[in-house]
Design a protein around this ligand. Sequence first.
Ligand code: SAM
Length: 433
Amino acid sequence: MSATERQILRLVNAAAPGNYKQVAVQPKSSDLKFSGLLPASTHNQVASLGSVSGADLIVADKVLVADGHVTKDGLQGGPLDAFLLSALTALNTGGVLVVREDLSANASPLMTLPALTDYVDVFRRDIAGKYVGFDFYCAEQLDSSIHLNSNYLDFVWILRKKEFTPPPADAATVTFRDFLDKTQYTNTGIGSYEWMFGKDFISPGGYDENIRVLEQFGGFKYGAKMLDIGSGIGGGVRQAAAVYGLQVTGVDLSANMLSEAIVRVHDEKDSRVNYSICDAVTYDFGENVYDYVFSRDCIQHITDQDALFKNIFKCLKPGGVVLVTMYGKGKGAWTEAFKKYNDKRFYHLQTLDEVKERAIKHGYADVHVENMTERFREILTQERAHLEKEKEDFFKYFTQDEFDSLFNGWSDKLKYIEADNHNWNLFRASKPA
Ligand code: SAM
């Protein structure tokens, strides 16, 4: 079996462990036949998928670009709808659709990658009395293309057919990924945040602060493996590879964020770095894989903290170290403004004590927690002053509204710190050897 087939099968089995008896591959010429391991029927036309029923797995290998569903002008809604509808009709509930597309010849992968991810993630239809769609597992780079062809834009989407409850008519977003990409992490939002934090970073203090945080691992072994959870536009991933010589996997649920990171690494051709758009809570990172797990200011977005702590523990090697910074909460009674700030973002803020208890409950050793809120206050004050001083530069790229949103946002955070509502916390621990 080829490396590409092995990577795809690993992802399919992680998304939906099962027995794949009925497998349909399109087009007939595809190399992805899994060397006879899976019984497969082959199809040249999307329409002929209509003759398939009860499929456990459908593999669409480079058909969306070839058949004109994805063109240089973007996504073609009609044909794409027809393709997804026939795939949903052909699949069993729980069955998996694999879409593989090489976007290296696409005129605008930075737009196409998030647009296609969004399209398949929110696609829902009534079929035979059931409201069905795809549960998005990941959109991931194919390792073989990175290492053989320095192509960082060859992707596989792994999508599981699922029955959903129809959303309320006024729902603005469909999934949490959709929510992240349409609210806090729009392209403009990401651009203005990056202006504020500094190149490649969407976290307080940018490049220099991230070095200070990474130093708290207490040293690295060259060539060791790191997982960066919520890696954003990739600053931390590329820094860990370039400054400390690590092999780094970055994962992020926001397709807008990770597409930026991927396009940047495609230009740089750094094969120490790879990425997957996925939810760090549900993605199976494997067991005993990483020497280090790192996360900068992501986990406040995550509801199921127990599942996250378990997932990190599982993928760490024995003796491996996890280091996480996060937005947290202090001990002061919440002001109305802080409640609104938190509700708008669906944050799940924890106190230092809660983080410590959770880590101990899940079996971590050497648990260290640290309140870094004073440092947060310093950084916020510096960044706000920089915005004021350099506003002429800011207005070359962004509007007055975006200026106000950042300036007021930073001022508000300083008030939340004053009321001991908003904290900035660090957690470091190891998996017992
Ligand atoms: N770590 C990056 C940095 O330092 O520049 C980005 C930090 S940004 C404040 C938080 C990131 O967490 C966002 O990119 C967001 O999409 C990501 N995120 C939120 N929930 C996630 C989840 N369940 N799985 C993976 N990433 C997630």
